[in-house]
Structures are given as structure tokens and as C-alpha cells.
Write a protein that binds this ligand. Structure first.
Ligand code: G4P
Length: 525
């Protein structure tokens, strides 16, 4: 197959949700309908079980299992689908943010009884920033749910995106019958109770089919009214608006009962984007370019002391990736080749000879790679759009065994390169401050420093509400700000100025008093 065809048939996306909305279940059902697995329950959950939050080793063990399910690739109706898994636990939200830098679209799962929840809102902010096309799947309609029109309004106002239903539920809760497919204009109903496999017998009927009443009575009239209302209220679906990230098609269903999943998948392969151009500091990279380019968006360390290797996940952005061919690792200027790059098909890993834009390749790493590292065939490019996000929790980190200073600093450096947390150095006293998205990361860092680098650290509290990167065209105002806020200023790993606001009030006050200063909540602006 020519490179162009390979690219056009790829769909690389992530499923995101607030924990418990049904992300794992939907992922598994997509694999089931895609023929990648044959029975439900075959995919090991990447989900961190409730109640395990205090035991991060258990969480890491579960994360270890999840390497295999980090990327799930499969072929469906001529399309190559790559699902990038994201950790369900909110302490690993930064991992999820970074995964979103490697996808071309996103499916958001929402619980029909709960509506839009916090984590979903935060993740949507990242999608909006990147103009990622999103689809919404409203799940658990087999449970008593909110009114579908109210849910649509809620998604629109809470996620700040225009919506257009492409499937609509027939009742909900115990009387839930299925979903009407507004994209194909038919209703697909299960004739058997066997819904756990993908071959349960179904019948497709249209709205004016006389048999409709036999199947969905007493909801026939209601469905017709609802569909009229949908057509009256919402404009026809515009794919371009979806591709620009301005309009979210919405589907309803029940992942566990296989309702609405095939509708979602079939529509997804038709409308979701194939690999899109990527931006670098130097120029835009088109996926159809002959030469390979790609970047590392995630590094997974193995917690098993006997196998201390890491896997770097490379997203291919253009050209063809070939095994054993030398590529330029732009940051170090060295050529590297990979004898055993891995591809991910369903829940299996295997060595690949070649991979195409949209694909993710796992590279064996002995500690040389950083998040954001770029590979090319010689051109010095640096991909952008892989920012660090403003952390939410902060602590001073100190050396607890002075003779291990070197080990500690190497360990901290490598863990930061992996994206476990962010390091800031105070301008006031030169002390090192660790910023994370989740409380668990502090334990992870301490444990890993001790076990992997033979170094000991201790933490001390520090009152910081938010870290923001600052810049201004008004040099005088910037200098004045830095002088007055000296005690709250720090530099990040790359030497950029960061303001550590003590409180949210302090931050708004600073924003008000220094109008020419821009306060950024991600490291790229
Ligand atoms: P997550 O990855 O988003 O965290 O959610 P997950 O798929 O694990 O689903 C969370 C819970 O919701 C699971 O139940 C799952 O079985 C259930 N669920 C998923 N889809 C549906 C649906 O369409 N309808 C209903 N009624 N439930 C659904 P659990 O009891 O927490 O876990 P388990 O013991 O069933 O694994």
C-alpha cells in the first residue's frame, strides 16, 4: 500500500472521561466490535482500583500492566485504528494531557446520570487549546438518566462547544430500548439477549417501518417527537466544524450492553480525521512528507528492579519509520537506530519493521530520552504543542543523605525528563521545588529515587497555589514585577521565569496590578 493510503486509513485517538463513566468498558467494546478481541473482559484494565490510592506500588504495578494497553491498534473495515489509553486516576492527569498531544481526535465518555464532571471539564480545556476534534458518548443510558436534551445542553454549556446529536436514545433506565442512528437514519435493535459478543443478532429498521411499534412500543410517538425536535433545534451536522474542533457530535448508548457502540464506531471511521499536520518551531510538518519525523510523548519506566528499562513512545508524524534505519535524535545530535521497535496490536506487543504517520512505536530507552524529543532523517526540527501544564501541588525537595548528592541530582533530572513532575528553583534561596498534578507523585519520586538511584530525599511544605510562566513586552513592568515578587519567583528546567502565586487572590491581584504581564498556565505560549 502506498504511504498516502496508509496515512488516510489511520485514525489515532484517545478516549477520555471522569473516572467511572465507562472509558475502560467502551474501549473494550470498540475492540470487540473491531474484531480485535472476541470476548468481553479480555482487556486488562488500566484503571486504578478504588481504595488503592494510598498504595502507590499497587498503582505502579497496575500501570505496569497497562504498558501493553497503552496503545491498542486494530484494523476495522479497512481502517487502522489506534486507541491511546489514558490513566483513569486523576493523579496521573499530566500523563493524559501529554497523550492528548499525540492524537488526532478524542472521544469523551460521560455518565448519563451524572452529566459533565470535573475531570472531563479539565481534559476538554486541553482539547480546546489544541483544537482537537471531539466526539461525545453519553453512556449508561440503561440506568435512569437525565433528559437527553438537558444532557445535550449541559455538554454544550459545560464543555463550551456546539453539539449535534448523531444518535438519540429510545427511553432510558429499565425501559431503555436502544439508540436511533441519526447519521444512517435507522434504529438498530438487538433480537437476542446475547450482547456480550459482537455477533448478537440485530435488526435495522427505519422510522416509517410498520414494525417499529412492535419493537419499541410505547415509545414510538415519543421517539418521533424527539427526532423532530432534534431536527428543529440543531443544524445539520457539519463535518468541517467538527474537524476544526468547534462542533461535537454526540452519541448515546450503554457500553456495557453494547448499545450505541457500533453506531459510534461506524460513524467514527467515516468522520474522524486521519493524521493531521504537526507544528514544529521551524515549520509545519505534513504527514505525507516522504521523510520520517516523530516525537516522544510518553516515557514509561519499568518498576520491576530486574528490568529497569524504559519504553519511549514515539508518535510518527510523517514518512515511514523503518527498523534498523538510523535516525537523528535532534536534541543530542546523535544518530540512533532501533533493532526492536514495538508496535501495539490489540493487547499484544510485537516487533515491527515499519510504521506510518498516526502510529505509535515503542522504543527501548536506557535513560537517554526526554518527553518532546524529536527524531528526523537529518533535519533539525523541534515539535511544539507538547507543553508542561501548571502543576497544582508543591513541596521543597531536600537531600536526605549528603554523600549521595550526585545520585540525587541525576535521579531528579531523569524523573523530570520522564515527565513525572516539574522542577523549579527558587530565585530567593536557590531551593528546589517539585510541582506535581497529583499527591501520589511525591511518593513515587521518593520511592524511585531510593530504589533506582540509591538516593534519599525529604520534602518540606511550601505554600503555593499555582505556578505560571510569565512574559511581557513591557520590559520595565516585567523588571518591576520581578523585583517586587522576588520571593515568589523561580526558574523552570529551561531557565524560564515562573511566578509562584501563594493564593488565588494573590494571583488575581498580580494580574490586575500588572496588566502588561501575561501569565501562562502551560509552558508553551
Ligand atoms: P472508567 O474506565 O471510565 O473508570 O469506567 P469503567 O469502564 O471501568 O466503568 C465503571 C463502572 O461502570 C463499571 O462498574 C462498569 O461495569 C460500569 N459501566 C460501564 N458502562 C456501563 C453501562 O453502559 N451501563 C451500566 N449500568 N454500567 C456501566 P463497576 O461496578 O465499577 O466495575 P465492574 O466490577 O463492573 O468492573
Amino acid at each position: 500500500m502506498a504511504l498516502r493510503e496508509e496515512i488516510d486509513r489511520r485514525r489515532t485517538f484517545a478516549i477520555i472521561s471522569h473516572p467511572d463513566a465507562g472509558k475502560t468498558t467502551l474501549t473494550e467494546k470498540l475492540l470487540l466490535f473491531g474484531g480485535a478481541i472476541h470476548v468481553a473482559g479480555a482487556v486488562k484494565s488500566n484503571k486504578i482500583k478504588r481504595g488503592a490510592t494510598s498504595d502507590f506500588m499497587e498503582i505502579e504495578r497496575q500501570r505496569g500492566i497497562s504498558v501493553a494497553t497503552s496503545v491498542m491498534g486494530f484494523d476495522y473495515k479497512g481502517t487502522k485504528i489506534n486507541i491511546l489509553d489514558t490513566p483513569g486516576h486523576e493523579d496521573f492527569a499530566e500523563d493524559t494531557y501529554r497523550t492528548l498531544t499525540a492524537v488526532d481526535s478524542v472521544i469523551i465518555v460521560i455518565d448519563g446520570a451524572k452529566g459533565v464532571e470535573t475531570q472531563t471539564r479539565k481534559l476538554m480545556e486541553v482539547c480546546r487549546m489544541r483544537k482537537t476534534p471531539v466526539m461525545v458518548f453519553i453512556n449508561k443510558m440503561d440506568r435512569p438518566s437525565k433528559d437527553p436534551f438537558d444532557l445535550l445542553d449541559e455538554v454544550e454549556s459545560e464543555l463550551k462547544i456546539r453539539v449535534r446529536p448523531l444518535a438519540f436514545p429510545v427511553s432510558n433506565g429499565p425501559t431503555f430500548k436502544g439508540v436511533y442512528n441519526l447519521y444512517e437514519n435507522n434504529l438498530s435493535l438487538f433480537l437476542t439477549e446475547n450482547r456480550q459478543t459482537a455477533d448478537g443478532e440485530t435488526i435495522d429498521i427505519t422510522l416509517d417501518d410498520a414494525r417499529l411499534d412492535d419493537y419499541i412500543s410505547p415509545f414510538t410517538a415519543r421517539l418521533k417527537e424527539d427526532l423532530e425536535l432534534v431536527e428543529g433545534v440543531y443544524d445539520t451536522f457539519e463535518r468541517d466544524a467538527y474537524l476544526r474542533g468547534e462542533l461535537a457530535p454526540v452519541f448515546f448508548g450503554s457500553a456495557i450492553n453494547n448499545f450505541g457502540v457500533r453506531e459510534l464506531l461506524d460513524c467514527f471511521i467515516k468522520i474522524a480525521p486521519s493524521p493531521r499536520p504537526s507544528t514544529t518551531e521551524q515549520r509545519e510538518v505534513d504527514p505525507y512528507e516522504e521523510k520520517l519525523t516523530g516525537f516522544v510523548f510518553k516515557i514509561h519506566a519499568n518498576m520491576d528492579p530486574n528490568h529497569r528499562d524504559r519504553i519511549a513512545f514515539l508518535k510518527i508524524c510523517s514518512g515511514t519509520f523503518e527498523r534498523n534505519k538510523p535516525y537523528l535524535h535532534v536534541r543530542s545530535g546523535k544518530n540512533m537506530k532501533f533493532s526492536s521497535p514495538t508496535a501495539f496490536m490489540a493487547e499484544k506487543k510485537s516487533i515491527v519493521d515499519e510504521a506510518f504517520p498516526g502510529d505509535i512505536v515503542g522504543l527501548h530507552d536506557t535513560g537517554n530520552f526526554k518527553i518532546g524529543d524529536t527524531f528526523t532523517e537529518g533535519e533539525k526540527l523541534r515539535f511544539t504543542g507538547i507543553p508542561s501544564f501548571s502543576p497544582e501541588l508543591f513541596r521543597y525537595i531536600e537531600n536526605a543523605s549528603p554523600e549521595k548528592f550526585k545520585q540525587l541530582s541525576k535521579g531528579i533530572d531523569q524523573l523530570m525528563d520522564e515527565g513525572v513532575a516539574q522542577l523549579f528553583t527558587s530565585r530567593l534561596n536557590g531551593r528546589k521545588i517539585i510541582g506535581t498534578v497529583g499527591a501520589l507523585q511525591f511518593e513515587v519520586i521518593q520511592y524511585r529515587l531510593e530504589h533506582e538511584y540509591n538516593a534519599m530525599c525529604k520534602y518540606e511544605p511550601i505554600q503555593i497555589h499555582k505556578a505560571c510562566w510569565i512574559e511581557s513586552d513591557n520590559a520595565e513592568q516585567l523588571a518591576d514585577f520581578m523585583k517586587r515578587k522576588h520571593a515568589n519567583m523561580a526558574i523552570d528546567k529551561h531557565g524560564r521565569d515562573v511566578f509562584l502565586a501563594d493564593t488565588s487572590y494573590g494571583l488575581s491581584l498580580a494580574q490586575e496590578k500588572f496588566p502588561d504581564i501575561r501569565f501562562h498556565f502551560t509552558s508553551e505560549f
